[in-house]
Design a protein around this ligand. Structure first.
Ligand code: ADP
Length: 541
């Protein structure tokens, strides 16, 4: 082709190319030359007495939150944190944790959330990879931070948030310039080679997503919205759950993990807390809905439920609207690398066709469906989903190789970058995108993104293990569990494997079942034949 185009691209008529590149792109909406930091400060001054954060019986007004944010920001600046320096926030989900995250943004730093129950090894790997030198702690994480620090080449500066807040002082934020192009946060996601990848996103993409969430969930300034903060702090969706309501003067209600495990208590909290906006993963929506079908009750002020992280099934949508016809569902689709969700499908009822799409591109987002040569495939043809526009993050921190693989130049918009999701999808006649699954071995277990390869690689590092394979069992997302198979020394027991994995991986990555086999089945070309892995009558745990 003299124009250097790919063959499949030339299959498209100019009209179809035009439609895919511009018609299916999100609307262009100019973003202010500002960031979450000054917009939050402005909001806090505008409604100082409104409730900003609720947790159990604790209530903080905007004034109370802002003061704490400013104190933490000053402490970070005093500790030497400068523009784009990474600050680990190793804290449980409490109001102080939200103040700490906002404090990092306000100091111009990069927020790196770390769960206090993570294994030391994983924490060390994340801190090392992100060249993190400062950590904010709570009483429950001090020991972990100390142990991690001892294993780093240069020890961490650990600041106790409790102590910083007890010191008082500093009503004003530090004089730090935070710009839209600046890095805002890092979330580590599972990595297939055995090491997690730290996805780094910028303020502009962060803010763009917050505006879209506010709009699509119908939150309004002065509207008395109460949004739940439910997700784990190491999951990027936890970020908008507190940041979006704080931009419009709404209130964030932190719902403890313990409450989530007790569905009746969870429902009580939603109703009693006058929650208007909530977000859950599909597997939790299923658990919640099953409970509500058995114990029907109105859900108070609830108006919008966002669902994300895994495919939302048509059956679940049908059941939801049968029970709650007035509560909208937002199916949000995206990846951590693309500033959370670049696509939304807003549902006010059961879709006519019997599946659920992931909707349309958000503002300032371009969605492409591509072949292996990164050429557009015809409308309706399956291909890999890719994104460009303001949502595209900067890449994986200090990992050029893996960044280069996933973040490539946008072939259609010179000068822009594009993120390849590894997801398959296709455009529907309704100009909406259908999600068709993964290209690789990445899976979701109750919303947590897991690379099977990472677990296998970890298992292979265990002394005495010769071969390892991990698969998932269970059809629906709430039944889905990880199952590991291994062969090797007689001394290695399935229990031993689970214990070992528990010391190197987060709990949600430790296989529920472990089977010991003499040898793993192989395919004709010598690869492990995962389809042939049954449940052998071998030693199991
Ligand atoms: P998120 O925070 O949006 O869940 P992750 O980075 O944890 O992002 O996981 C991204 C992957 O999760 C996507 O590439 C896709 O495979 C899957 N995913 C996310 N949202 C949806 C959805 N609404 N429907 C189907 N799959 C989804």
């Amino acid at each position: 082709d003299p124009h250097g185009r790919h063959e499949s691209e030339s299959l498209l008529s100019p009209q179809e190319t035009e439609k895919q590149l511009y018609g299916l792109a999100g609307p262009t909406v100019e973003l202010p030359d500002r960031t979450f930091v000054d917009l939050f400060q402005e909001r806090a001054r505008g409604c100082p007495d409104a409730i900003a954060v609720e947790h159990g019986t604790v209530r903080w007004t905007y004034r109370e939150l802002e003061r704490r944010v400013n104190r933490i920001a000053h402490a970070l600046v005093e500790a030497g944190v400068g523009t784009e320096d990474v600050v680990a926030v190793v804290m449980d989900r409490t109001p102080e944790w939200i103040a700490a995250a906002l404090g990092v943004f306000t100091a111009g730093g990069v927020y790196l959330p770390v769960r206090p129950d993570f294994p030391v090894e994983r924490v060390v790997a994340q801190l090392e990879r992100s060249a993190c030198a400062v950590a904010l702690t709570d009483p429950g994480s001090e020991a972990l931070v100390r142990a991690s620090s001892a294993r780093l080449a240069a020890p961490l500066t650990a600041l106790s948030v409790t102590r910083v807040l007890a010191r008082g002082g500093h009503a004003e934020p530090p004089r730090v310039q935070v710009t839209p192009g600046q890095a805002a946060y890092i979330y580590f996601t599972s990595g297939s080679t055995g090491t997690p990848k730290g996805a780094l996103c910028e303020h502009a993409g962060f803010l763009n997503h917050l505006y879209a969430k506010i709009e699509d969930t119908g939150m309004t300034a002065g509207g008395g919205d109460v949004a739940t903060q439910i997700a784990s702090q190491c999951f990027d969706i936890s970020l908008w759950q507190f940041a979006a309501p704080l931009l419009i003067g709404g209130s964030v209600r932190i719902v403890d993990t313990r409450t989530q495990l007790d569905v009746a208590a969870f429902v009580e909290e939603i109703v009693e807390g006058r929650v208007t906006v909530m977000q859950v993963v599909p597997s939790y929506l299923e658990v919640l809905l099953t409970h509500l079908e058995q114990h029907p009750r109105p859900l108070g002020a609830l108006r919008s439920v966002s669902v994300t992280g895994e495919a939302l099934t048509y059956e679940l949508v049908q059941r939801w609207f049968a029970a709650y016809p007035d509560v909208q569902l937002v199916n949000a689709y995206g990846a951590t690398e693309t500033s959370d969700d670049p696509m939304h499908e807003v549902l006010h009822g059961v879709p006519e066709r019997d599946f659920v799409s992931v909707g349309r591109a958000l503002r300032n987002v371009n969605t492409y469906v591509l072949d292996e040569n990164l050429a557009l495939v015809p409308l309706g043809t399956p291909g890999e989903i890719a994104f460009s526009g303001v949502c595209v993050g900067r890449g994986y921190i200090n990992d050029e190789e893996r960044t280069r693989e996933a973040f490539v130049p946008d072939p259609f918009r010179p000068g822009s970058r594009m993120y390849r999701t590894g997801d398959f999808g296709r455009w529907l006649p309704e100009d909406r995108l259908e999600f068709l699954g993964r290209r690789d071995a990445q899976v979701k277990i109750r919303g947590f993104r897991i690379e099977i390869g990472e677990i296998e690689n970890k298992l292979l590092t265990m002394e005495g293990v010769r071969e390892a394979a991990v698969v998932t069992e269970g059809d629906t997302s709430e039944q889905r569990v990880l199952v590991a198979f291994f062969s090797g020394s007689e001394k290695v027991t399935p229990e031993g494997v689970r214990d070992f994995l528990g010391t190197v991986l987060p709990d949600y990555m430790v296989p529920t079942h472990v089977h010991r086999v003499d040898r793993l089945p192989l395919t004709e070309n010598g690869k492990i034949d995962k389809k042939a892995l049954g449940r052998p009558a071998a030693e199991t745990a």
